[in-house]
Design a protein around this ligand. Structure first.
Ligand SMILES: Cc1cc2nc3c(=O)[nH]c(=O)nc-3n(C[C@H](O)[C@H](O)[C@H](O)COP(=O)(O)OP(=O)(O)OC[C@H]3O[C@@H](n4cnc5c(N)ncnc54)[C@H](O)[C@@H]3O)c2cc1C
Length: 428
């Protein structure tokens, strides 16, 4: 993307200043080669879909730039396809400066901000105005079902370039929705503090304390657990899980199994699990997320393993669906550390719902493939092609929804792949 951005922005005057300031050499590489076509990946598409405002600059006939703030409900700036975005134009103060500017010059520059996470995306494109009479279908696509403001027209922008900026100097700011969610979190933490002045949960053999919590996705939280006394924890093989005690809201103690998400770290002894909050279950996962805080103590069982990774050098084909990534992530890390060939195919709804996706992309860029069932360009895992092309001696591991596991097992059976080469784990 850097080339398209550089071609638009690094004018001779800009280049001259870069030369004077000593940054020209670093930036000139971005201009080499043909201009790239700007294609919004799932990351840009998700970022755009989460915004409730942006700034838009247009070019006026006087040559002056005109910057306008545009706001609406979350997602009002829509991704129409990988190269097109658009929004419905609600009636405002009736100055019509941006719309008027677009008559003479269709170029716009957008700045999209995510203040709490300190991220910003710049987009350059060519905009056209859409009206109900000529393009009713397009306008219908841009309208928002639950938003009552009168729509006067639509603006459709063909994206020509985009660029992510560094977070430096972005002050985190929070809107009412963010503040409400942070307050709710603080309230839950307070309740939990009261809870963990009480005795350790459960009566398993392993005394653990929670030493870290990370929100991986809106519904998945990762927990780091260490020995209460700082002792080394029992080792495990990738594929293992930990059965942990959970206090239910009615005071009963129950337990649930959670896969250990990382390869054993020889230098540092800790366990990590990642828990998806299931809103339609018996409440174990939501009670865990509500009750477990840093400092919570529990007596868990020692790890067990019904899904062990082979320990010879046969290549592995790893297939994960949704939260089924947890044991598969530990397997990928273990195989990489050992130098054993593997491929990982990870399918989920959308990148923002998929745990470990960024770490996997960073650690194993050539071994991982991702598939998204939602979004503008859904991608599907072709199980038949995958298994048909797998090496004859590879071991296949699958973890995720029942239908994914069943489909891999049935396809393997049809292709004559021996049963012992297909290992699976269901979380149900
Ligand atoms: C070995 C193992 C490893 C696991 N690892 C993880 C992990 O890493 N991360 C994680 O988040 N979870 C993991 N789980 C699942 C976890 O143990 C809990 O089941 C999960 O957190 C949900 O608990 P719950 O009490 O909230 O809901 P539950 O009442 O347990 O229900 C969970 C979901 O399953 C459905 N369900 C329950 N029973 C059945 C059934 N018999 N047939 C069909 N559907 C059913 C429910 O409708 C609901 O959607 C693992 C389970 C096992 C057995």
């Amino acid at each position: 993307m850097a080339r398209a951005f550089a071609k638009i922005s690094f004018t001779p005057d800009v280049q001259a200043v870069q030369t004077e300031m000593g940054s020209r050499r670093a930036y000139s590489a971005a201009e080499l080669g043909d201009t790239e076509i700007a294609v919004l990946s799932q990351f840009e598409q998700s970022f755009i879909a989460e915004r409730d405002s942006f700034y838009q600059a247009s070019v006026s006939q006087t040559g002056w730039p005109y910057v306008q703030h545009r706001g609406g409900p979350v997602g009002f700036l829509k991704v129409l396809d990988e190269q097109t975005i658009g929004y419905a134009d609600f009636s405002g103060n009736r100055q019509y400066i941006s719309v008027g500017n677009l008559r003479g010059d269709d170029r716009v520059s957008l700045l999209l901000m995510d203040y709490p996470s300190r991220r910003r995306l710049k987009i350059w494109g060519r905009a056209r105005v859409v009206n109900e009479r000529r393009e009713p279908d397009m306008l219908a696509k841009l309208e928002l079902a639950d938003f009552r403001a009168p729509v006067e027209r639509g603006v459709v922008i063909h994206v020509e370039a985009f660029d992510w900026n560094c977070p430096k100097y972005i002050t985190p700011r929070y809107n009412q929705r963010d503040v409400d969610s942070l307050l709710e979190h603080a309230r839950q933490q307070k309740t939990a503090e009261v809870q963990h002045t009480q005795a350790a949960l459960g009566n398993g053999a392993l005394p653990l304390i929670i030493t870290g919590i990370r929100q991986l996705t809106p519904r998945i939280r990762a927990y780091e657990l260490r020995h209460v006394g700082g002792e080394r924890l029992p080792n495990y093989r990738a594929g293992a899980h930990l059965r942990v005690p959970i206090a239910l809201p009615d005071g009963r103690i129950t337990s649930r199994a959670y896969s250990l998400t990382h390869a054993v770290d020889e230098r540092d002894s800790y366990y990590q699990i990642a828990v998806l909050r299931q809103d339609d279950g018996e409440g174990g996962s939501s009670a865990l997320q509500q009750g477990w805080q840093i400092g919570t103590r529990l007596n868990s069982d020692i790890p067990e393993n019904y899904f062990p990774l082979h320990d010879d050098n046969r290549p592995a084909l790893l297939i994960a669906g949704g939260i089924g990534i947890t044991p598969i992530n530990a397997m990928a890390e273990t195989l990489a550390a050992r130098g054993t060939d593997f491929q990982l195919h990870y399918t989920g709804r959308a990148p923002e719902d998929m745990a470990f996706i960024k770490d996997l992309q960073r650690q194993f860029p050539t071994q991982c493939q991702f598939y998204f069932s939602q979004g503008h360009t859904p991608t599907r895992l072709d199980i038949s092609a995958l298994l048909a092309n797998a090496a004859d001696n590879s071991v296949i591991y699958v973890c995720g929804p029942t239908r994914l596991i069943d489909s891999v097992r049935q396809t393997a059976h049809q292709l004559g792949i021996a049963e012992e080469r297909v290992q699976f784990e269901s979380f149900i």
